[in-house]
Design a protein around this ligand. Structure first.
Ligand code: SF4
Ligand code: SF4
Length: 473
């Protein structure tokens, strides 16, 4: 084992020295089918992160959290502040989907899809590899005294980290203010958009600190997802396992050694490539992010010593011990029900919110009705929110007004793009026609013929007492 590499154990974290200081882990390079698939997945995810703010749908970026206007644009759907409750279904649906994933395949989210891992492993560690060399060279450089060559490498590496973080921070800002606005800001003095400038400074600093120095400690110490893994997994959960029945007793291959040995040749290659510095042969551990590097590393060794691959593999504890695997279990079904409930409610909400406008009705404040010799009058206010990014004209009519003997002037209202406005409507029931309170219905029709009906109650006095009272005046 390399003299600067720690021997992992179950009693202490590999990333922390005895004195509490941080121990820098330098995972060795690994090649293999899982590594290739993981790298392709990471590149695809980074491409999505970069491209999304550039895609325009209905005049807005595909994903745009417009804080200034308090709107959320999501692939052509616009959610306003009053739609905030939708996020309950979004968050709960996604959380339970993650529960299903964790119960089925452990921390595969962490190792393959989590943005933190994607940026750390496939961008920042690549920069480090490019400047400082492979793992032994990096450890040697860490241990070496400061020299002009070490200083040059440190400055180059941290300079590239800062540039990468600055670019990521600008893209992140584009999700809140749009790409054209970011570009406009970049050509102005910081003083003209100080809050956005501070945003960039803060996130450049956070990204540089997390991906350049803090690294895997975020997953081990801070991230809550890893903490409640044990509550989500069981012995049927598929994750990265060492097959101890096949591997033990481990031992190096030695000439003339006749003792009975398992397939593990104790080469420690699986430890050298682990980004969290653990030894998977000690069993499932909190630090394991299921990245599969140790699988590729061990498969490579097994091929070299001409033994079957899969000594470390994706399997369940039950699969390793009994050879029996079960995918559908009560907890999976329960989590699935919750997931479908959350995502189903979310989809239904999206469909209903996909309407081009909202209309709402209230009664004129501090009035129920007014009764005079002319008749009984109710006043309503209709509020319209235009969800299109163009102005629209709405006509409002009272349905069945002739049948009910009501007089109302049909009205129109123009509402600006993504704006809202209201209109007051006075409805009169002439004294001769008035027969007491009744249910009425308004219809709001947009200039594209989409429409919405609004129910209301027309209120008034007792008709016989009212007519008698009026006739005596
Ligand atoms: S890489 Fe495989 S053979 Fe080598 S120590 Fe790890 S489990 Fe054993
Ligand atoms: S034990 Fe294997 S799968 Fe788990 S983090 Fe280490 S290398 Fe990745």
């Amino acid at each position: 084992m390399d003299q600067h590499q720690k021997a992992p154990n179950l009693d202490s974290l590999s990333t922390i020295n005895k004195d509490g200081s941080k121990f820098n882990i330098h995972p060795a390079d690994v090649k293999g089918s899982f590594t290739i698939r993981r790298r392709l997945t990471a590149w695809a995810l980074i491409a999505v992160y970069i491209i999304l703010p550039w895609i325009q749908i209905n005049g807005y970026p595909a994903v745009f959290i417009d804080l200034a206007e308090r709107r959320f644009h999501f692939f052509g759907l616009t959610l306003l502040t009053q739609d905030f409750w939708v996020f309950f279904f979004l968050v709960s649906g996604l959380a339970f989907a993650l529960f299903v994933l964790a119960s089925l395949v452990g921390r595969v989210w962490c190792g393959w899809f989590c943005p933190y891992t994607v940026f750390l492993e496939h961008l920042y560690r690549r920069i480090e590899r490019f400047i400082d060399g492979d793992a032994p060279k990096r450890r040697k450089l860490d241990a070496a005294p400061m020299s002009s060559s070490k200083a040059f490498k440190r400055i180059s590496k941290w300079g590239l980290y800062i540039i990468a973080s600055c670019i990521l921070a600008h893209i992140f800002l584009a999700y809140f203010i749009s790409i054209p606005k970011v570009w406009e800001n970049m050509r102005q003095s910081p003083g003209e958009h100080i809050s956005q400038f501070l945003f960039i400074l803060a996130f450049t600093g956070i990204f540089t600190f997390c991906f350049g120095w803090f690294r895997e400690q975020f997953c081990i110490i801070l991230c809550p997802y890893g903490r409640f893994q044990s509550a989500l997994t069981d012995d049927q959960t598929v994750t990265v396992f060492y097959d101890d029945q096949r591997g033990e007793p481990r031992g190096k291959i030695r000439k003339n050694d006749t003792s009975e040995k398992g397939d593990c040749i104790d080469c420690r290659r699986c430890v050298q490539v682990c980004p969290t510095g653990i030894d998977i042969r000690n069993g499932l551990q909190l630090e394991c992010v299921a990245c599969s590097s140790c699988i590729d590393a061990c498969n490579d060794i097994m091929r070299k010593v001409k033994r079957p691959t899969g000594l470390i593999r994706y399997d369940s504890s039950a699969g390793i011990n009994t050879g029996k695997r079960k995918i559908i279990r009560p907890r999976i079904l329960l989590y699935l029900v919750f997931t479908l409930f959350g995502l189903g409610a979310l989809s239904a909400t999206f469909v209903s919110k996909a309407k081009p406008f909202y209309a709402g009705l209230t009664r004129m404040r501090q009035t129920t009705y007014s009764a005079s010799a002319e008749g009984v009058r109710n006043t309503f206010v209709i509020h319209i929110t235009n969800k299109r990014n163009r102005s629209a004209t709405y006509s409002i009519e009272l349905l069945d007004s002739e049948h009910a003997g009501l007089n109302v002037e049909n009205r129109t209202l123009e509402v600006s793009a993504l704006g809202n406005d209201s209109i007051t409507l006075s409805v009169l029931s002439p004294i001769a026609e008035y027969n007491g309170p009744l249910d009425i219905e308004f219809k709001v029709t947009a200039d594209d013929d989409s429409s919405q009906k609004l129910a209301a109650r027309f209120l008034g006095p007792n008709p016989s007492l009212y007519k008698e009272d009026i006739s005596q005046k």
